[in-house]
Design a protein around this ligand. Sequence first.
Ligand code: AMP
Ligand code: MG
Length: 316
Amino acid sequence: MRIEKPTPEAIARAASVLREGGLVAFPTETVYGVAGDATNDRAVAAIFAAKQRPRFNPLISHVADLEAARRLGRFDARAEDLAARFWPGPLTLVVPRLPTSPVSLLATAGLDTVAVRVPDHPVASALLRAVGLPLAAPSANRSGRVSPTTAAHVAEELGDSVAMILDGGPCRVGVESTVLDLTTDPPTLLRPGGVPMEALGLVQLPSDAGSAPRSPGMLTSHYAPRLAVRLDATEARPGEALLAFGPGEAPPGFAAVRWLSRSGDLVEAAANLFAALRALDRPEYAGIAVMPIPEEGLGRAINDRLRRAAAPREVE
Ligand code: AMP
Ligand code: MG
């Protein structure tokens, strides 16, 4: 890991690291982010590994401008209006994912929505323009610790798990972006942040977001497969599909087998998780059985996600 001045040369190098699937920490007006190519499952899995996050929560895709944002999600009149008023700036908009959206399923945690923001910082803008890709970039700290607002904080937090840290000085806003879900009417304030709620007009808070019961999958903002999920499977039950994890052999007798990682690589498994769950979630199978996955490193986040997929489907 190296702390570097954000010269045009360093930004060009950071962009090529990102294009190759590597991670770079960069300043935004809110806090420092640990960025990876939001369209690359492996890069996004590496972000979770660097943060040692025990859960896969959906990440914000950062883009250079509104035009780039429109390629990721559907912007209705309300979204266009908020973007025109607050971008670039510390407001994240959650909008429906476009079918053509290139954002990794892991970055959106399998949801049908995508969270997008245009940061207001010269280094962030220069990097986003140089790389020409949406960047998934949660705060550049280890899970459970406070967000970094200087390059030195990032170095303490992430050490060698990022290829470089672009130093843009202290962050101006210093708190995370406000997250606004535009799939409800009125919009739902998911996280208070840099743009004060009063500036946003009528919004609702998640607690009073309608009386209709919502599935735990929705409440936890996570994709829940329709099929029943059975963990720690060592043998087949009739009609089940198998989510397999190496390095051993898959047990015989399953109607279908999909590998998270044949070699037992947890970063590869995390990268494949949401796509694999979707692929197996089909009515011709009786359920989804999952081979045991070690409870270490990214295995914790994978198991957290799978345990919640396997939990009884009741209203929380
Ligand atoms: P971070 O990237 O760590 O700044 O945090 C991202 C925040 O945005 C978290 O609070 C997420 O739960 C929220 N978020 C990101 N994507 C979505 C989404 N598609 N739907 C709802 N919330 C989201
Ligand atoms: Mg954070």
